[in-house]
Ligand binder design. Structure first.
Ligand code: HEC
Length: 101
């Protein structure tokens, strides 16, 4: 009986641990991506000279964003738009845009 209770606890705690991840991939990522729409177009589909983000390779995306944030990649305005995000948020955004072709 004790073992069953312990298993139930383990299961419950792994469900809780999964919650922040699923939040990150839904409304929160959508909210972060909306900050990019003004220049990169709705859902990252650009209608102008600024590159589209939709369908972009996620590894390329994450490397670019880290470079903008850390100042290793020159940019006009992206360094300020990339600041304040964590690596995990770049990965979540990269997945989101990669899936919006
Ligand atoms: C005010 C306009 C503007 C906003 C808002 C903006 N960007 Fe950009 N983005 C640019 C410009 C302009 C470039 C070209 C590089 C440069 O000059 O900074 C660029 C380049 C990029 C690139 C590199 C594309 C490539 O292939 O080289 C990525 C990735 C990117 N932006 C992602 C984002 C993300 C993610 C957001 C939202 C968090 C965002 N941008 C918000 C204007 C913007």
């Amino acid at each position: 009986m004790k073992i069953l209770a312990a298993l139930a606890l383990l299961f419950a705690s792994s469900l809780c641990a999964a919650a922040p991840d699923s939040l990150m991939t839904n409304s929160r990522v959508r909210f972060m991506a909306a900050n990019c729409a003004y220049c990169h177009g709705p859902d990252g589909k650009s209608r102008g000279a600024i590159p589209s983000l939709a369908g972009m390779d996620k590894h390329y995306f994450v490397e670019k964003m880290k470079g903008f944030r850390d100042g290793t990649r020159p940019s006009t305005i992206m360094s300020s738009h990339a600041s304040g995000y964590t690596d995990a948020e770049f990965v979540a955004l990269g997945n989101w845009f990669a899936n919006h072709k």
